[in-house]
Design a protein around this ligand. Structure first.
Ligand SMILES: [Zn+2]
Ligand SMILES: [Zn+2]
Length: 86
């Protein structure tokens, strides 16, 4: 029987891998819309302002098309959008 050569150390040492920390920083104005009530920057597509609770998404009373918070008229049929309550 020969000499059993036992490997020493760990040859496959994982190095050079820097863990990336994804920091949930507040995104700049990209993808946000201003709340019509408090001007808070709300995520685009949000149903309500996360600051004051004002509904962000409205619908045309005539054709039920989606209206933006700042829309004064329906983009589909031209019906005047009902102003937000208050
Ligand atoms: Zn608001
Ligand atoms: Zn409409």
């Amino acid at each position: 029987m020969g000499i059993w050569h036992k490997p020493t150390g760990c040859p496959a040492a994982a190095d050079g891998e820097i863990p990336r920390r994804t920091h949930a920083a507040a995104a700049p104005s990209a993808g946000t819309v201003a709340c019509g009530n408090c001007q808070n920057q709300v995520r685009a597509g949000a149903k309500f302002c996360d600051s004051c609770g004002t509904p962000m998404a409205r619908h045309c009373t005539n054709c039920n098309a989606d209206l933006t918070a700042s829309a004064k008229f329906c983009a589909e049929c031209g019906t005047p959008a009902s102003p937000p309550a208050g």
